[in-house]
Design a protein around this ligand. Structure first.
Ligand SMILES: C[S@@+](CC[C@H](N)C(=O)[O-])C[C@H]1O[C@@H](n2cnc3c(N)ncnc32)[C@H](O)[C@@H]1O
Length: 444
């Protein structure tokens, strides 16, 4: 099979796929084409051909445009650019339609559930924030000390900070400063409008000029650095980036206190600016409203909040069960548990535990909590946790997922364990991108 990397083909785009692309076909092979919309005729540059059944490509010229196309509001993420706003060239309604189609397809394929999906905007004072919604950003710093974002599926740092996602003022002055080469910057605008900037020291393995990493001083790949032939270097650098992202790194607070103040339902949390908080500034409130509505835990009953973070959902459910009930929150990040315990001191019937969910759940006696809320990371809760959870037979489960594929796989596991999905909401919590947040209620 010949290598198509760098080839340009004229193709008609088909259905959207999970990951921010449309599916097209050329000479019997499948192309995953970014920057295009269903029905469009485009010239597609193949950016990655690993010799398998599909190639990755980018629409570099639109020959017949969809009526859903608008001028892209993100100048950083077009062909050859960053991976931030992969849908910013579509109307907000069309973006939500694409996400709905992807969620429906994942549920159908992976959970055997035929369900019409509507993706709702997250309401902000009755309106929709299509830009300026992101309260937390993570930037990379290049070898020259300039902050930016990574090129899509690459390690090069693009130092153009005009992405429309960050809240107004979040990026002010960042491009004018020199930062520590190889560091990451966490920029958080908290619920009181205070900006915090925390620099994370370069990972231990950071070596300027190292082979295989343009961000670290390597020269370009030559013909077109959008095009990956085989791509082993990029795969390695992506793996290195992921493991660097999870390693503990020294933190220096550069602006603000490094302690973000956030509010949900009038309750105040103070947490590490580098800790987890929902990125869309109105998302924590929106999701916790749905959790509260679906949980409707009876006074005196017991509930679990798994992957609890600082206990935003635990707080809502604790108000329902009251002092004669109990809520167990489980979260692996110790700092989140400490910050959550402080914010929830007036609800002593909540216990937050710093432990991995897999381990904690295996140690629980066989009692049935009335309701369990799970908000796992991208990979989902998975077989082990859902099997253990089903043995405890909670009456209701509220499951939250930010990846349609792992969300659908988890729904399938619940269905196999005897649970019926009875409600589903999907939120456009990441406007301009292909990302979408889904919440489901499952009942026995
Ligand atoms: C999507 S966040 C949800 C946090 C919280 N529900 C909120 O809305 O603020 C997922 C959380 O799970 C935690 N986490 C990841 N893996 C875990 C595990 N195996 N056991 C317990 N917590 C985990 C992360 O630290 C993170 O705080």
């Amino acid at each position: 099979m010949s290598d198509w990397s760098g080839e340009v083909f004229e193709v008609r785009l088909g259905t959207p796929g999970h990951g921010g692309f449309c599916v097209a076909r050329h000479e019997g092979r499948v192309l995953f084409v970014r920057h295009g919309l269903p029905g469009e005729l485009v010239r597609a540059l193949v950016t990655e051909d690993r010799g398998g059944s599909f190639c990755r490509a980018e629409a570099i010229e639109i020959l017949e445009a969809s009526s859903d196309r608008v001028d892209a509001i993100c100048p950083v993420s077009g062909p050859g650019g960053a991976g931030c706003c992969d849908f910013s060239f579509a109307t907000p309604e069309a973006q939500r339609g694409l996400k709905a189609a992807v969620v429906a397809e994942q549920l159908r394929r992976l959970a055997g559930w035929e369900k019409d999906i509507v993706v709702e905007p997250i309401p902000v004072d009755g309106a929709e924030a299509t830009r300026g919604w992101r309260s937390r950003m993570r930037l990379a710093v290049d070898a020259d000390g300039r902050a930016g974002v990574h090129r899509y599926r690459g390690s090069e740092v693009i130092t153009d900070l005009r992405c429309p996602q960050p809240m107004t003022g979040a990026m002010a002055g960042i491009a004018d400063r020199k930062w520590t080469p190889g560091a990451d910057l966490v920029v958080a605008v908290d619920g009181e409008g205070q900006r915090h900037i925390v620099e994370l020291a370069p990972p231990a393995e950071y070596a300027p000029g190292r082979r295989g990493d343009r961000a670290h001083g390597r020269r370009g790949r030559g013909r077109d650095d959008r095009v990956a032939r085989g791509g082993a270097g990029d795969r390695r650098s992506a793996v290195a980036r992921r493991s660097a992202a999870s390693a503990v790194r020294a933190e220096t607070v550069v602006e603000g206190s490094g302690r973000a103040v956030q509010y949900v339902e009038g309750r105040r949390w103070e947490l590490a600016a580098t800790g987890f908080w929902q990125p869309h500034y109105a998302a924590a409130q929106a999701y916790s409203d749905v959790v509260a509505e679906w949980a409707y835990a009876a006074p005196g009953s017991s509930a679990w909040d798994l992957y609890s973070g600082v206990g935003v959902f635990a707080a809502r459910v604790a108000e329902q069960v009251g002092p004669t009930g109990s809520v167990h929150g489980v979260e692996s990040a110790r700092s989140a548990v400490a910050d959550g315990a402080e914010a929830l001191r007036d609800l002593p019937w909540i216990e937050l535990r710093a432990e991995r969910v897999e381990r904690w759940i295996a140690e629980q006696p066989y009692i049935a909590p009335e309701v369990v809320v799970l908000d796992p990371p991208r990979a989902g809760a998975g077989k082990e946790v859902i099997a253990a959870l089903a043995e405890h037979a909670p009456r209701r489960i509220v499951h939250i997922g930010c990846d349609p594929a792992s969300f659908a796989r988890d729904i399938n596991l619940y269905r196999a364990a005897g649970y019926m999905p009875t409600e589903l909401r999907a939120f456009d919590a990441f406007p301009g991108t292909h990302h979408v947040e889904c919440l489901a209620l499952l009942e026995l």
